[in-house]
Ligand binder design. Structure first.
Ligand code: PHE
Length: 373
């Protein structure tokens, strides 16, 4: 209950003293309860408002009502009380201001506090390797193409000239999507086993000449070990134009390997076989770990198994049978020729970083991955 001035029974010093004590007590209690500026304003108005504040009532009910002979005493008392009220209101204002200050103090930015550490993501070493290899071909004018990881038998095998009962389709190698038996073979879905289907997909869309590089994830039914994984990464390339020769294939890949591994590496081509290239080759690079000598620090070199050469990719001239599937889009095998190549990004990352277990790349232990960031 807010304090109100009451009339005095009499104007004796004792009565005045008691009434003054009661007033001062109320003044103290109310001022102690002030927490903010609006509390302070209410307090000020209660005590000092000229119309109905406590001081006005004091004047009316005490001073004006006092008989003549008591006026002097009562006047002194009232003046004293007035001063005390003014002091209390003033003191309370300072207190309210300080409270407001310390409030904004605690809201203020403390630039001496340590910041919130936000971890910055980094490329995975395989993606990094893949991007670096892709960049080499982009510099040669190749554009980047991508395709679906869930593929049809048609794009993954048939249009790449795999005969109907080629062993690569065996569940040994290929991961098929379940319950596809009722569909014709060419529409059956599988996890693509290589990035080569994007060759056909791109030739269906773009007319020759084309030069494309295709990074992506591929899948095979291989149990994981130090050099195998059921999911891995390839980088594919395809160039088609008039008069593309095996010399263009060799020159392009030799340049790319020097750009990627360093200008001192040599390349070597050995005959091989792929259904979609003819002739086909495996390309090796001279071992960039031992410099091709087969020995390092007088120990047998492990990455190249002491041969001085590391197998990096498969390649060849696009088989005319492949062009037959996209002949209508300008790929007449009598008019155009091309070369293609495909390499494993995971294997190249292993060799490049000297990691001896492929699984380390997929376990996602940050302590391992951080080294490549
Ligand atoms: N697709 C082949 C593989 O996965 C690699 C390759 C691509 C070979 C292009 C020749 C031409 O083994």
């Amino acid at each position: 209950m807010a304090y109100t001035v009451s009339k005095l029974k009499d104007f004796s010093p004792a009565t005045l003293e008691k009434a003054a004590e009661k007033l001062l007590q109320a003044l103290e209690d109310e001022s102690a309860a002030i927490k903010n500026e609006s509390d302070w304003k209410a307090f000020r108005d209660h005590w000092m408002a000229s119309k109905d504040g406590v001081l006005t009532s004091l004047n009316d009910l005490w001073l004006k009502a006092a008989p003549k002979d008591a006026k002097r005493d009562v006047g002194q008392r009232v003046n004293e009380l007035k001063k005390r009220v003014e002091q209390a209101v003033d003191g309370a204002r300072q207190k309210a201001e300080r409270a407001a200050d310390s409030q904004s103090e605690s809201d203020r930015l403390d630039i001496t506090l340590p910041g919130i550490q936000r971890l910055v993501g980094a490329e995975h070493p395989i993606i990094k390797t893949s991007n670096e290899m892709v960049a080499v071909f982009r510099d040669l004018g190749y554009s980047v193409q991508e395709g679906p990881e869930i593929e049809t038998d048609y794009y993954n095998f048939e249009s790449l000239n795999f005969p109907p009962n080629h062993p690569a389709r065996d569940t040994q190698d290929t991961l098929f999507i379940a319950n596809q038996g009722s569909k014709p073979l060419r529409q059956q879905l599988l996890l693509r086993t290589h990035t080569s289907p994007v060759q056909i997909r791109t030739m269906e869309r773009l007319k020759p000449p084309i030069r494309i590089v295709i990074p992506g994830r591929v899948y095979r039914n291989d149990p994981p070990d130090a050099s195998h994984s059921p999911m891995f990464h390839q980088i594919e390339g395809l160039a088609v134009d008039t008069n593309i020769t095996f010399g263009d294939l060799k020159g392009t890949l030799d340049h790319a390997m020097k750009a990627f591994f360093g200008s001192s590496v040599k390349t070597s081509f050995r005959p091989s076989f792929f259904p979609f290239t003819e002739p086909s080759a495996e390309m090796l690079v001279s071992c960039f770990v031992c410099g091709g000598s087969g020995r390092r620090d007088s120990e047998p070199c492990r990455p190249c198994k002491q041969t001085g050469w590391i197998e990096i990719l498969g390649c060849g001239m696009v088989d005319p049978n492949v062009f037959e599937f996209v002949k209508d889009n300008g790929y007449d095998p009598a008019k155009v020729s091309g070369f293609a190549f495909g390499m494993g990004a995971d294997r190249i990352a292993l060799l490049k970083y000297g990691v001896d277990d492929l699984q380390l790349f997929f376990q996602n232990d940050v302590r391992f991955l951080r080294q490549f960031a």
